[in-house]
Design a binder for this molecule. Sequence first.
Ligand SMILES: [Zn+2]
Length: 183
Amino acid sequence: MSAELISKLTAKMRQIDGVGFGGSPTLTSQDVAGALAGAHRYGYLLVLAKYADDNTSSQLLWTELAQEIAKDRGIDYEKARGIALACIFPVISPMRCHHCYGRGTIYPRSKGQTREEAAYPCRHCEGTGRGEISERQKASMAQIASTTWHDTWKHYAAKKEQFLWSLESSVLGRLRAQLQDVA
Ligand SMILES: [Zn+2]
């Protein structure tokens, strides 16, 4: 893995984790390799695509997931690419929740309490900070009619998307542990 990718990945990890890693050293390629060893391939590609802006990884993820969907559901590869995009896009480019501005936490004005004391998790996004991409938008990304999307693909795509989210959190957890080790 290139030094540039690793430094982007480290910078982004610090950014999402806030002050926790301030001043800690940069991950080395061994650290990253160690953290990613045994990770699911999609998780590895997803994290590089999302956190290191690695276009090669996002293209590979898209292609490989489309191949899997085509095989799994016995459909054309071209059609499967649309569905794969609708599964991947919400994970790589999530919308921000507009109730909490993507923070996952609401900070109400209140007298006698600090900002942190008054804070509570956003109900709208259940503290994830993520906004919803509508099923209509997903159908449009997949280039499938809304009704067909609803009847045939919605649940299938939701499961794939959920799988990608769980892979992301597992890979990020491994990287975080690695950053804490080197800090
Ligand atoms: Zn929210």
